[in-house]
Ligand binder design. Structure first.
Ligand code: GDP
Ligand code: MG
Length: 179
């Protein structure tokens, strides 16, 4: 069995229904480690890239609006889980794509619904296979946002706008003394 990493997104319906705690608790049954987590406001560009394989589907535009939070809240929670067989373990607990066909004790079976307009609000995303997991993790996270990486990493010095807390003595990159 391979050590894998997999991307989980708690979708805007999961956030607006205050399900983040419940979902993370259920996922903890896998005994996998969370190696990255953040709240993201999803841009159209990111949404379209994430769901590029569904571009031709008739539900694509609504799916993009859904993941961007147009129907709920403009936030999703992105997590990376790490461990043996992580991709399958998480997918099993997440359940089938269609929330009405999902095992009732899976996350999607418990918390998902199909709206009257036909949108699958299924609360979570989880990577389907190793290739997708790598593509998705690299799309959603920079390597320095993960405490542990399984894909090769390189670094470069860049000139990028950086934000600091104003007038506090917290650590600033590049400053030696912050005592
Ligand atoms: P997943 O890997 O189980 O999330 O399924 P897919 O990769 O096939 O689809 C991505 C997402 O698109 C799903 O999680 C749903 O939110 C949505 N979706 C997939 N199939 C359908 C469908 O037939 N109708 C609608 N309305 N949404 C769908
Ligand atoms: Mg998928």
């Amino acid at each position: 069995m391979a050590v894998e990493q997999t991307l989980v997104l708690i979708k805007p319906d999961g956030l607006v229904k205050s399900l983040t705690g419940n979902i993370i608790t259920v996922l903890s049954e896998t005994e996998l480690k969370i190696v990255g987590a953040k709240i993201v406001q999803v841009t159209r560009e990111l949404a379209e890239e994430h769901y590029q394989h569904l571009r031709e589907e008739k539900f694509f535009n609504e799916l993009i609006n859904y993941i961007m939070g147009e129907y709920h809240t403009k936030r999703i929670m992105a997590l990376v889980y790490h461990g043996e067989n992580a991709i399958k373990k998480i997918r099993r607990i997440v359940g089938a794509t269609n929330p009405e066909e999902a095992d009732p004790i899976s996350i999607r079976g418990k918390y998902g619904r199909i709206t009257s307009t036909g949108i699958y609000e299924n609360a979570v995303h989880a990577s389907e296979n190793a290739k997708e997991a790598e593509r998705e993790i690299k799309l959603w996270f920079r390597p320095d946002e993960l405490v542990h990486t399984i894909y090769p990493v390189e670094s470069a010095v860049t000139e990028k706008q950086t934000f600091f807390w104003k007038e506090t003595k917290t650590w600033k990159p590049g400053k030696k003394s912050d005592a």
